[in-house]
Design a protein around this ligand. Sequence first.
Ligand SMILES: NC(=O)c1ccc[n+]([C@@H]2O[C@H](COP(=O)([O-])OP(=O)(O)OC[C@H]3O[C@@H](n4cnc5c(N)ncnc54)[C@H](O)[C@@H]3O)[C@@H](O)[C@H]2O)c1
Length: 501
Amino acid sequence: MNDSYLNFVNSPFGGRLVRSLGLPKPEVLRRYRADRPEFDGIVALGAAREPQLLDSFADVIRRIGITTVAHESAAPWIALAQRHGLMTGRFEPVEPGQTGRVGALVFDASGIADSSQLEPLHAFFHDTLRSLGKCGRIVVLGRVPETCASPRQWTAQRALEGLTRSLGKEARRGITSNLVYVEPGADARIEATLRFLLSPRSAYVSGQVIRIEAQANAGLPADGSSTGIAGSDLTNAAPSSSALHQDDYGLGANFDWTLPLSGLRAVVTGAARGIGAAIAGVLTAQGAHVTGVDIPSAIEALDSTMRKLSGTALPLDIAAPDAPAALVDAFGEAGIDIIVHNAGITKDKTIAKMTDAAWQNVIDINLSAQERIDDALLAAGALREGGRIVCVSSISGIAGNLGQTNYATSKAGVIGRVESMAAPLRERRITINAVAPGFIETQMTAKMPLALREAGRRMNSMSQGGQPDDVAQTIAWLAHPGSAGVTGQVVRVCGQSLIGA
Ligand SMILES: NC(=O)c1ccc[n+]([C@@H]2O[C@H](COP(=O)([O-])OP(=O)(O)OC[C@H]3O[C@@H](n4cnc5c(N)ncnc54)[C@H](O)[C@@H]3O)[C@@H](O)[C@H]2O)c1
């Protein structure tokens, strides 16, 4: 849907008017486009004490091919970068309007072991933030607090969340700010996440904390007996292996980062339109073969979406009693690597006015159907070892929402699925994550009353709604072979919405 305020304030006349009236001016976000370089601008690097992630970071920088400059807090970087054969220099502040744009600020805080060592964060962001260009990126790297050796270290690492989230709120100008906690032993797994967070693909993801785990992998027991997935008969499962886990630690020198999903088979529910159609589009663009599922009455739109993507259309009501069996029949033999549970509905009413059918219908389509389908696919071994499950939740599921008791219950339940299934699925190297979109410009939000719609659009650090593509790009990162260390997480795609923050 068209955001006319955003368009107006970015016109010459509108820009002058909002400046003189002191009104907020949302930035036109720089989003991924295949015809533009994915990474441009310089990365300014900061660090504290004995940074532990610089070697892994240098590997990523070398493969991406971007230029770095080191702030004085990151003195070890210069020698280390030279050892890795990277061009680098010292950070010099850039005045607005000068060339030599800083595109990203990255701080390695992994060596901070005590709250008294947090000062370099202040020095770095104090000196560099004004040099960061529009739609720039801030990424702070730390250690998962729960894995820290002492309460002091845990405390100091946990403190990074407050800094990162505040930076997102202060920086504005379309700048995103995110924190990545890396478990010891998972340093070589940061690439897919760093690439996502540094690129325009994460335009509407800000204020998030992402954990990368080392995932000590038990491997699938020969008889499939100890997975502990409630309600699933896994003893019959004989999952074939997905290309997704071929190389668990790093993806090898020949990995094609431009087509990361090449050769993989994905299923997207609710793919006829809106966010689902965008997900199908992005997964296809990254090399996957996509089967789009939608209700039989949406067959025309589904056919047209899938034809453009050379994908497969599968008309199916996911809540129908025979839907799990139909999906197993469709994919059982060849197997699938990725399933995206996107289909969802709203039937809004305050609870006193809500019919039993409206409650039941929303819970069934948005939540129970996903459970039945995954149980069936897992029991049949149709979701291959090393596969990816990505669910679409909502910030309503985090914060609750007036008139949405049914919807918020279903979307909070989706978060419960992710939290509860991550551990048992590790044995099959399958990850399960959710995205929680905020206000996204689709037919669903176009139906909202004007005042609510405007509030939803503006109450976030970007002062605007997101696009279906923002959700789709986030899902593609979670589905990426390099995201093996990301599981059991809920990533908000909400422009750092104030709701539920
Ligand atoms: N638009 C937003 O701002 C927003 C915010 C948070 C979460 N979400 C979630 O994102 C997902 C997609 O939302 P959207 O805005 O694109 O909605 P949409 O209504 O435009 O699309 C949903 C699609 O799901 C399909 N669908 C519904 N019931 C189905 C069923 N029983 N079987 C198969 N397909 C079914 C619909 O036919 C439709 O094509 C939903 O889960 C929604 O709850 C959206």
